[in-house]
Design a protein around this ligand. Structure first.
Ligand code: NAP
Length: 343
């Protein structure tokens, strides 16, 4: 029975404040059999692409909590990825199938809940896209924008963390709908991408603005109809002051708060009443039943080059900890992906 070395990224222990590379050491000593144990109904996969996602920070805290359970100290980090089936005890999967879903930060993983995996049907597109535009972040942009905000042509849309895995898509969906869309990001390079690559009408670097309220008034003299919320904190406070009556806010993420021991307050919540705002939070995995509908919409858009997707790709499991940590200082330009193996 063939055995191979299985390099792994281990979750050392619960984290306080910003995560560091040293919280995720590399372990090279374990081996794994490339055959599942007799009677297993799991799936053994070879991991190809791993996804770095902000929600993973919540899983590094024991108490702060996430919508998923905390990581287990001493065990490999778990997250979403694209993988190839090496051996299967589950009737839905066979050797050679390509899948995306929950896997481990290691070369090979035995997935004991294969019913949560999605089989990859369309391989005419880069496989890594199943960590991004064709995976969880894509569905997030789709659900959060179309289903929650019900956008209409001509409406004024604002997107924070606008060049990231989710934000770059929200901006493009807004343009396809005929909206006026402004994005914000944390570097001038990203601001250029927003305007020149993703088609945002305007963009600004929030780190260079002394007064976020004044910046929003500059770009939205008539106010904002739709805010796609990715960052929270001071940005949300400034946005509330600039929303129009009957505006909609898709509460997708609040990354500015994930590493704080105590979340910042938002001081102008009464705007929600005065302006009759609709604010709705969501967790994308509750809506994966809409994945086929989304794929039907987005795959032709990719193939006809009506939508583009930027990835920030690093090579090797050893690069994964720095890549994940980098999300919290804005190091990634586009969707952060880690290549473990290309086939
Ligand atoms: N509700 C759901 O089901 C769901 C699903 C997926 C993602 N999300 C959320 O959606 C948001 C975007 O996720 P993503 O995968 O697309 O990540 P991303 O935008 O690709 O990467 C994270 C970005 O956040 C920005 N950032 C980091 N710290 C910040 C801070 N203190 N203030 C403002 N911006 C900060 C950085 O960009 P800058 O250079 O612009 O600062 C960084 O590049 C996150 O909040 C995430 O938790 C929610």
């Amino acid at each position: 029975m063939e055995e191979v070395r299985n390099q792994q990224v281990i979750f050392k222990d619960y984290v306080n404040g910003f995560p560091k590379e040293s919280d995720m050491p590399l372990k090279t000593s374990t081996t794994i059999s490339l055959k599942l144990p007799q009677g297993s109904n799991g799936v053994l996969v070879k991991n190809l692409y791993l996804s770095c996602d902000p929600y993973m920070r919540g899983r590094m805290s024991k108490t702060q909590g996430s919508y998923f359970e905390p990581f287990t100290p001493g065990s490999p980090i778990t997250g979403l990825g694209v993988a190839k089936v090496v051996d299967s005890g589950h009737s839905n999967f066979k050797k050679g199938d390509l899948v995306w879903g929950g896997t481990g930060w290691e070369q090979y993983t035995i997935i004991t809940t294969p019913q949560t995996l999605f089989k990859i049907q369309d391989t005419d597109v880069p496989l890594s896209y199943y960590t991004g535009i064709l995976g969880m972040p894509g569905m997030t942009a789709y659900y959060g924008f179309y289903e929650i905000c019900a956008p209409k042509k001509g409406e004024y849309v604002f997107v924070s963390s606008a060049s990231g895995a989710v934000g770059q898509l929200v901006g493009q969906f807004a343009k396809l709908t005929g909206c006026y869309v402004v994005g914000t990001a944390g570097t001038n390079e990203k601001v250029e991408l927003l305007k020149n690559k993703f088609g945002y009408d305007e963009a600004f670097n929030y780190k260079e603005e002394q007064d976020l309220d004044a910046a929003l008034k500059r770009y939205f003299p008539e106010g904002i109809d739709i805010y796609f919320e990715n960052v929270g904190g001071k940005m949300l406070e400034a946005v509330l002051l600039n929303m129009r009556v009957n505006g909609r806010i898709s509460a997708c993420g609040m990354i500015s708060q994930y590493n704080l021991n105590q979340e910042e307050g938002v001081r102008n919540l009464s705007s929600i009443i005065m302006k009759r705002l609709h604010i709705k939070g969501f967790i994308v995995s509750d809506h994966f039943n809409l994945l086929p509908k989304y794929m039907e919409m987005v795959i032709p858009l990719i193939k006809e080059r009506k939508i583009c997707y930027i990835e920030d790709i690093v090579e090797g499991l050893e690069s994964a900890p720095a890549a994940l940590v980098g999300l919290f200082s804005g190091k990634n330009v586009g969707k952060q992906v880690v290549v473990v193996a290309r086939e």
